[in-house]
Design a protein around this ligand. Sequence first.
Ligand code: GUN
Length: 296
Amino acid sequence: MDLDTSKLIDGNRVAESIYEELRAEIAELSGRAPRVVFIRVGEDPASRFYVSKKKKIALSIGAESDIVILPETITEEELIVKVKEFNKDDGTDGILVQAPLPKGISEANVFNSIDPKKDVDGFNVLNSGLLVQEDLESFAPCTPQGILELLKREKIETTGKHVVVIGRSLIVGKPMALLLARKHPQGNATVTICHSRSENLPEITKQADILVSAIGRPATVTADMVKEGAVVIDVGINRVDDPEAKKGYRIVGDVDFEAVVPLVSKITPVPGGVGPMTVATLMQNTLKAYKLRHSR
Ligand code: GUN
């Protein structure tokens, strides 16, 4: 089957155009460059990969960036002390603590210790609350915010549409639903949240004009779950064994891609769809944090 590439939403292209904009804006700043610090605990391979990628991109747009690597054995209290050092540091605009954290450390406690004005990930409880209050000055989590940006730049209308979100995580599902339900041109949607315990999932997803899957399980969204002409946003990043691949595995999303493509009007591929937008939004948030702190 030939793939109809006109249906694919190219996240890499959109992210690149955002980097161009940020690069130009940062080059015009007087004084020091925006600075984002990444805190990584332990040696989780995925975290190592993502954090080094984020730093590389930060440097490429003219921001400053450092990675702080802490041992797996660190306690929650010690980690929070480290976060608070960066809260106080006037030369740091953004702080990101990469999840997942080792067992025994409360991610919520750590995220809540980040200065809300430096919380470029948008996971601090104050920013979660401000999202509910529809405060546009706050930081929203990068992946759902990046999806809004992708929908906007692809001219995909959300007002009045039925969006079904599969997944209820702090990082994607819940903030995605809140953002889309906001009274805002990139919101105004009718939103349904589904999750692993939802009954009659296909019946619900089939009603979606826009279907967002963030459940983290391959082939969760099959052709019988998608309405003809729907927009499908695949947030999943899942490893599946593939003896033919060089590394012995390949990355797939949550969507049974080849079966679903013929049905959709637009779809994000994995990789190259939502993933690049998460990092692009993080960079936008870093510049936003810098401006917030320098406009006092
Ligand atoms: N782990 C997986 N996604 C994310 C993210 O967006 N931010 C952080 N801090 N950790 C993550």
